[in-house]
Design a protein. Sequence first.
Length: 115
Amino acid sequence: VQLVESGGGLVQPGGSLRLSCAASGFAFSTKNARWFRQAPGKVRESVGFISSDGGITNYVDSVKGRFTISRDNTKNTMYLQMNSLKPEDTGVYYCNIFVEPTNYWGQGTQVTVSS
């Protein structure tokens, strides 16, 4: 099982980024998935969830209306579209998928929101 995030970078407040999580080594289309983030000095928090077929999503209150999680099961890839970015969105973003019996994480991608 491998999860590889990409798409992070430095962006000004109000800007946008799209993160990707490329999955391999398991039946991606059968698994629910999550995005997490960890800001400096803080605990890792869940950003949002997407069901295996993409039909159900939910988000932490702080990103509702700004972030959108989607997936393309034909490409074994999950996405996190982030709009109207704020400095408090800065952190390392991780994708997370539970493939029984192990909870897998990617290596993370850094997002920095700063002017």
